[in-house]
Design a binder for this molecule. Structure first.
Ligand code: GDP
Length: 320
């Protein structure tokens, strides 16, 4: 089918989150006018019967799976059972219900942590399942690998037009700024901001500062998702001998350099300290983005600009 109609019924699972809300804004911007979403209170995606009933009633044409239990290094390491169980339930229910009602195209969002800890960098799509995983997020990564393989298996057995994309680490408006559960960038924005307004002398950054991370502004991801949704089918990915396509900037920086950048954008003048009792996680996870570049997509927002936009959003929207 490749392209999709502007009035196709698109069910965006996870429409209120960091990623889902950005995809929703981009779909609206591009004139898609029949988008549906449900909050967790309205529809618990872990409940198979509820999901099946919802699909029987709504019969969406297109499904975007941006719903997941997500969090930073500490949340992943602490709530290990929830991260594997909730995510496997959510994706299994959504993918099987999509098959049952004949969804025409489904895009499943994974994460760059699905690649083995010591895989060759930059991480090529072929590296999936070639080695052991980083232990801090192994339960989440295993759930996401299962989602990728669900899409591929439904394609191979039933011909379903279901495929997966692997975004790198994301940040932007609507991110989670809770210091116990967030990813590194929103945590640093909040920590430097609070240290600035409280005239503190230092900010504590977890780990050694040495790990390398690739970070992408979430609106670059939403542009990529809408681009892929309207220009490729599942067979275009699986015919390349891969199960998923990477989406990233192709550039990374150390956590220490990231902290310096956030310090500069926020305007904090104290010093940075490192808490070596906190985990570093995987040493580096930089995606190889040559495939998505070759089909005509590239990111637009560089890291410093993206931090500035996110800090502005934080100042205008973050309450407690
Ligand atoms: P990861 O990419 O799965 O490891 O997830 P995170 O975004 O949570 O962490 C990335 C890196 O940033 C890790 O090495 C963390 O130890 C480091 N880091 C430094 N300070 C913080 C912080 O305040 N919060 C978080 N979440 N990570 C931090």
């Amino acid at each position: 089918m490749k392209s999709i109609e502007k009035n196709s019924k698109i069910y965006l699972a996870g429409h209120t989150g960091l990623v889902g809300s950005a995809i929703s804004r981009e779909l609206n911007r591009q004139g898609y006018n029949n988008i549906i979403g449900r909050t967790i209170e309205e529809l618990d995606l872990r409940n198979q019967e509820s999901v099946n009933n919802f699909f029987e009633i709504e019969k969406p044409d297109i499904v975007i799976v941006a719903a997941a239990k997500v969090g930073g290094i500490l949340a992943n390491d602490t709530y290990r059972a929830d991260f594997i169980y909730d995510n496997i339930m959510i994706e299994s229910n959504l993918i099987s219900a999509s098959h049952q009602v004949g969804v025409k195209k489904l895009v499943f969002l994974g994460s760059s942590c699905i690649y083995p800890k010591l895989a060759e960098q930059p991480l090529r799509e072929e590296s999936i399942l070639s080695g052991y995983l980083e232990s801090t997020n192994e339960p989440y990564a295993l759930a996401k690998i299962t989602g990728i393989k669900l899409c591929e298996s439904f394609f191979r057995q039933y011909g379903c037009n279901f495929f997966s994309v692997m975004p790198t680490n994301l940040y932007g408006p609507h991110d989670n700024f809770n210091l116990n559960t967030s990813h590194v960038l929103p945590a640093l924005i909040r920590k430097f901001h609070e240290a600035k307004i409280n005239s503190e002398k230092s900010v504590v950054v977890w780990g050694s500062g040495a790990p390398m991370r690739e970070l992408m502004f979430v609106e670059d991801l939403s542009r990529a998702i809408v681009f892929l949704l309207s220009s490729i089918d599942a067979s275009d990915i699986y015919s390349l001998g891969i199960s998923q396509i990477n989406i990233g900037t192709g550039k990374d920086l150390s956590i220490a350099d990231l902290a310096e950048l956030v310090k500069k954008v926020v305007g904090f003048e104290g010093i940075i300290e490192y808490d070596h009792t906190k985990p570093d996680g995987t040493p580096k996870k930089l995606l190889d983005v040559s495939r998505i570049h070759s089909i005509g997509w590239k990111h637009q927002i560089e890291i410093e600009e993206g931090i500035g936009i996110t800090y502005k959003w934080f100042l205008e929207n973050f309450k407690n």
